[in-house]
Design a protein around this ligand. Structure first.
Ligand code: SAM
Length: 238
């Protein structure tokens, strides 16, 4: 997907990008590729691949979820910034908090955010399991996003404690989404969530399947969750 196709495909979805926003994406690509030579950030480094599989794929969250009507977003395990930095570029009003357990990713993001001139982006080096127990953080976000971090049963324990009551957890998933949701049903319910909808899409050029699950936080998460670091993966709520 080249830059023109990226712009046009988003335009078709009602997301119009200014030349400034397009420039921010261009700079993001350049910085990503430059830093990727020094640290492992992504296996995708060709421009068309990055535009489709990172930038466009990240923004697809906004095809299924209205980011215009929310303010605070937490992105769990954002790595090189996906999906929250592309979403922040498209929806500059968002206040984005990123939590990632790998400090070198946070160092990269710090540089990126400065270079792109993004405001209201907070970067936290922490594990989701401890982050979700912190006062002022727990149950504080309108929406929590995650892409390619863990399967739904584990991811729910990372993300749902951060979502405020009546807020949403938006999980971006590949082909295994429906199976993961079935296995993750117990975790979602236990943590106070309820699946509202699951939307399917296919990446326009590469044609792989994507699912976006919107999970409502219908009640508070019991105090014992998230459990201590490592436990959600070792003993998932399945
Ligand atoms: C495969 S990468 C995905 C990055 C990005 N979301 C994307 O879609 O490209 C997973 C990221 O999750 C982070 N991560 C894994 N477990 C985590 C945890 N328990 N708390 C916070 N971050 C975590 C890793 O450090 C890594 O940056």
């Amino acid at each position: 997907m080249n830059q023109e196709q990226f712009q046009q495909l988003l335009e078709e979805k009602g997301i119009s990008l200014s030349s400034h926003q397009l420039q921010q994406f261009k700079k993001y690509f350049e910085i990503l590729v430059e830093w990727n030579e020094k640290m492992n950030l992504t296996a995708i480094t060709d421009e068309e691949g990055v535009y489709e599989k990172h930038f466009f794929d990240s923004v697809t969250a906004a095809f299924s979820y209205d980011f215009q009507n929310v303010k605070t977003v937490c992105d769990v395990g954002a790595g090189a910034g996906f999906p929250s930095i592309p979403l922040k570029i498209c929806f500059p009003h968002l206040h984005v908090t990123i939590v990632d357990s790998l400090n070198k990713r946070i160092t990269f993001l710090n540089h990126l955010v400065t270079e792109l001139g993004l405001s209201d982006v907070t970067l936290c080096h922490d594990r989701a399991e401890t982050f979700g127990r912190k006062e002022g953080i727990r149950e504080a976000f309108d929406v929590v996003t995650a892409r390619a971090v863990a399967r739904i049963s584990v991811l729910s324990e990372f993300c749902l404690p951060l979502v405020k009551e009546n807020g949403q957890f938006v999980a971006m998933k590949g082909a295994s989404a429906l199976e993961e949701l079935e296995i993750g049903q117990k975790a979602i319910t236990t943590l106070g969530g309820k699946v509202e909808r699951v939307e399917h899409l296919t990446l326009p050029m590469e044609k792989s399947d994507r699912y976006i699950a919107v999970i409502n936080k219908i009640k508070k998460t019991p105090k014992k969750y998230p459990r201590k670091p490592g436990t959600p993966i070792k003993a998932p709520l399945e």
